[in-house]
Design a protein around this ligand. Structure first.
Ligand SMILES: [Zn+2]
Length: 239
């Protein structure tokens, strides 16, 4: 797989462990203390390599050194996904600015995915700076026009849907899709939106059919939109 790719994977895992601290910490911004790598069971502040859940999984059976409770699966998934997505971005990026664009996109989408699953919210603290960063990096690639149109179209479309459905889809989803447009431009944003909507429909129907969720349960849409955006930017060849 090559030493550089292993290095990129490790970098993704390390940053993923920081994303874990952020995901656990949000929405406690008002407490004054920043995100910290602490055990969700006992509150013990993990030190050094203990902060890397994958390391803990390999060398201390995935348990907190202090209380011995199991580190939640989410911690391991976040690190693993960030590492894998970083390798995909590295393979996919065309030049340094494009690579930075993809890496920053991953670092925004991973926490948005897990926070929306947990809280049914897509924090402004990520989406709003994300729109700005997406426009900036697209400008660096000479694609500012498509990025602005993409952001306005993505945000505008879902803003209208949010108004019409009154709660089925939130304003957070509109800001997320504006961010996706800012990073990917109009065409890729529209493809990612189509994939996200289809995925959401299929999974929603499955969850209803299997009676995992009832008709009145709220299923957050962000994770589907994010999956669409990741597939289009890192996996599917859209030409
Ligand atoms: Zn603990």
């Amino acid at each position: 797989m090559g030493w550089i790719k292993i290095g990129v994977f490790v970098l993704g895992v390390l940053l993923g462990s920081m994303l874990n601290s952020f995901i656990s910490w949000w929405p406690q911004e008002q407490t004054g203390s920043g995100p910290q790598a602490v055990c969700p069971h006992c509150g013990y502040a993990w030190q050094g390599l203990e902060k890397i859940s994958l390391w803990g999984l390999l060398f201390s059976r995935g348990r907190c050194q202090y209380c011995g409770d199991r580190v939640p699966l989410r911690y391991i998934l976040v690190e693993l996904f960030t590492g894998i997505l970083f390798v995909l971005a590295f393979t996919r990026g065309k030049g340094p600015v494009d690579l930075i664009r993809l890496l920053v996109f991953v670092l925004l989408l991973v926490p948005l995915f897990f926070i929306d699953l947990k809280h049914h919210r897509l924090p402004n603290i990520l989406t709003l700076p994300g729109i700005g960063l997406g426009l900036l990096l697209s400008a660096g690639l000479g694609q500012i026009k498509s990025a602005i149109i993409g952001a306005l179209t993505g945000g505008g479309l879902l803003f209208i849907v949010a108004l019409v459905t009154r709660g089925g889809l939130g304003m957070g989803d509109a800001k997320l899709q504006a961010m996706v447009g800012a990073f990917l431009g109009l065409r890729a944003m529209l493809i990612s939106l189509t994939i996200g909507v289809l995925l959401g429909g299929v999974v929603g129907l499955l969850l209803l059919a299997l009676q995992v969720k009832g008709r009145k349960d709220m299923i957050p849409y962000g994770p589907f939109l994010i999956t669409g955006a990741l597939l289009v930017s890192l996996v599917i060849v859209t030409g």
